[in-house]
Design a protein around this ligand. Structure first.
Ligand code: C6P
Length: 388
């Protein structure tokens, strides 16, 4: 980039794609391309087989009980909107409460605002401390029989905080509330076991897990998905249609209206194979070392303040620098070949909480190296030469 070797530290936005993911997509379009679940011809059977095989890989990857609980979506955002809309329209009523946290991505705020407004429910927010850790006592005090839903981010994209999701889920279940975990930033960094966690829903995006864009997963417990209204109507989600009455297809198809992103699903399957070959245990251990190294290096930069200093962190180092706006930092680093993200990271309430307009954010993946943080620090020294 700009004649320099790329230092890619924007993995929370999206990850780079391994050869194996590119290969299966190429093979699909050259040799297997057909619509799925519809054709009696062999090509359609092959495409259907490959797509459903990928669903099976996702099921094993997150340890769902059944493929019926694994819905293909276009990404985390679509998964959360599906739950807010469909669970909300089925179960939420006036006076109910939905709880989210102060560090949610906009895609885990706005869908809940919309449905709460529609149903006359109240949206409540778990506050956090100056390190970017949720105030769990406050959360536990908020819970009551009115609480119908808790929707919480597993790993914050702007702070890096790893939230105690198992504790949150157990406390919510104790008052009869259901829980969605936004796993967008979790799946590439830590082993996810939806049954051990006991979440009711879990959403993530393929593109943050080395897969293609436009594909994602919503896990949901079967009894809840069975009870929920469909989200969208169209092909594949029906059993029979007349002008008087429509009956719906079985799970997972009830929530998969229309021709899906077939190649995306197959690509996500290949991405999961790739991650499994390396092992998330090894990934997590390596990334924790990298995070510690990067945190120490950046902390030593004059005038730099890290935003998000939770005891339990993963993947992300957000920071501000005296005298330089994050956008200027990002632009100068870009000239050095260093890709980071700057801005509010779709978490404006986090910026408001810390009284800052934006941060610069370095986010890591398994292919990053310690020396890339050395390059980042040299880049920041250039920023300081310019801004004093
Ligand atoms: N965060 C980031 O740079 P989609 O866009 O649907 O793939 O993912 C949305 C989303 C939901 N929750 C969390 C915690 C996220 O981090 C994201 C995406 C990117 O931080 C793009 S804004």
């Amino acid at each position: 980039m700009h004649g320099k070797p790329l230092v890619y530290l924007d993995n929370a936005a999206t990850t780079q794609k391994p050869e194996a993911v590119l290969k299966v997509q190429d093979v699909y379009y050259r040799q297997q391309n057909a619509n799925i679940h519809r054709g009696v011809h062999q090509l359609s059977e092959i495409a259907t087989f490959e797509y459903e095989k990928a669903r099976g890989k996702v099921k094993n990857f997150i340890n769902a009980a059944d493929v019926k609980e694994v819905l293909f979506t276009s990404g985390t955002t679509a998964g959360i909107n599906l739950v807010a809309s469909s669970f909300g329209r089925t179960f939420l009523k006036a006076g109910d409460e939905v709880i989210i946290s102060a560090m949610e991505h906009h895609s885990n705020i706005v869908p809940w605002q919309l449905i709460c407004e529609e149903r006359g429910a109240l949206l409540r927010v778990i506050p956090m401390n100056d390190n970017g850790e949720l105030l769990m006592d406050e959360f536990e005090r908020m819970l009551s029989p009115r609480t119908k839903f808790v929707s919480i981010v597993y790993i914050s994209n702007s702070l890096g905080t790893v939230n105690p999701v198992s504790r949150i889920i157990a406390a919510a279940h104790a008052v009869g509330a259901k829980v969605l975990v936004d796993g967008a930033q979790a799946v590439a960094h830590t082993k996810v076991d939806v049954r051990a966690m006991d979440c009711d829903f879990f959403a993530f995006s393929g593109h943050k897990l080395f897969g293609p864009t436009g594909i994602g997963i919503l896990y949901g417990k079967q009894e809840l998905l069975d009870a929920m209204r469909p989200y969208q109507g169209g092909g594949d989600m029906i059993r029979s249609v007349t002008f008087e009455k429509t009956t719906f297809n079985d799970l997972p198809y009830k929530f998969e209206a229309g021709t899906p992103n077939i190649v995306g699903g197959i690509g996500l399957g290949a991405a999961i194979d790739y991650v499994n070959t390396i092992g998330l245990g090894a990934v997590s251990a390596y990334e924790q070392e990298l995070l510690a190294y990067g945190t120490a290096e950046l902390s030593a930069v004059r005038g730099l303040r890290i935003i998000g200093t939770a005891a339990n962190k993963a993947g992300v180092i957000s920071f501000v620098l005296d005298h330089a706006h994050p956008h200027d930092i990002g632009t100068i680093l870009d000239r050095e070949g260093i890709a980071i993200r700057t801005g509010h990271h779709c978490t404006q309430p986090v910026m408001q909480r810390f009284g800052i307009p934006a941060t610069a954010r370095a986010s890591i993946s398994l292919y990053n190296r310690a020396d890339e943080f050395d390059s980042l620090v040299r880049g920041l020294q250039k920023v300081q030469e310019i801004f004093g």
